[in-house]
Write a protein that binds this ligand. Structure first.
Ligand code: URA
Ligand code: SF4
Length: 245
């Protein structure tokens, strides 16, 4: 490798680490990815397990049509819960309909409600940086929320609101069929893993979501802190944990 290329890679690596709060630079010949994995997951990465009676996966074009129809014909005019009364507009989610990686947040905030897009406020800026640090773009992943309408004052969605809206998210997952799901924060984790255990205990460890709509496929789930929490508690330790997750 020539020196200019070495320098460029080292600079990119250091910028990524600085962005994510990793202060220590390991010496030796470890790759950048291995070097920043400062907190190994206690469990091995589970594999995407096809169920024997799994529905066949749709092609990209069909996935796009299914998602667009769900948004246009059902979500945009949805009145299944009280959140429809206070929303400006629904936020279906966005990204690659055939993405390998799906991020799930809690619900739209003020900016998201105004623009109709997920994670476009301050938390979204941080999520974008995290996605870029993973050498991906927003266009390559899919970003959704458990509820599609903004809860007033950004309160946590109520259980009946999550129940009313969850059918959309389950169908989004069954359509996209991501290889990995990252849940952002407590409420998304609680819903996806059907648990009351807190995010601090659940993060950093692989869990599973069973996609019953696709015939019982299991999809690995990695919970991590919500970017809005990380902004409030922007400590090197928390940033290191999120990067590790
Ligand atoms: N927080 C979320 O959980 N979702 C968004 O879309 C924006 C902020
Ligand atoms: Fe419908 Fe979900 Fe909005 Fe409630 S939050 S009105 S269920 S789209």
């Amino acid at each position: 490798m020539d020196t200019a290329r070495r320098v460029r890679i080292l600079r990119q690596h250091l910028q990524t680490e600085a962005l994510l709060g990793v202060d220590a630079v390991p010496r030796g010949t470890t790759t950048p990815a291995a070097a920043v994995a400062v907190e190994p997951s206690p469990t091995p990465t589970p594999q995407f397990a096809p169920a024997s009676d799994a529905a066949p996966e749709l092609d990209r074009g069909t996935k796009l049509k299914v998602l667009q129809a769900m948004d246009n014909d059902e979500v945009k005019g949805c009145t299944r819960c009280v959140l429809c009364e206070s929303r400006t507009q629904t936020v279906f989610g966005e990204g690659d309909c055939d993405a390998d990686l799906l991020f799930i947040g809690e619900g739209p905030g003020q900016t998201e409600d105004e623009l109709g897009r997920p994670f476009v406020g301050r938390a979204g800026d941080l999520l974008n940086k995290q996605i870029e640090a993973m050498k991906l773009t927003r266009e390559q992943v899919f970003i959704a929320n458990i509820v599609k309408c903004r809860p007033p004052q950004n309160r946590t969605p109520a259980p009946d609101e999550v129940d009313a809206c969850s059918d959309y998210l389950r169908r989004q997952i069954a359509t996209i069929r991501p290889k990995v799901i990252v849940t952002l924060g407590g409420p998304a984790t609680k819903f996806m893993l059907d648990t009351n255990t807190g995010i601090t205990k659940l993060r950093g460890v692989w869990h599973q979501y069973t996609d019953l709509l696709s015939g019982g496929l299991t999809i690995p789930v990695m919970p991590t802190f919500h970017p809005a929490y990380l902004l409030r508690a922007y400590t090197p330790d928390n940033r290191r944990k999120v990067w590790s997750d």
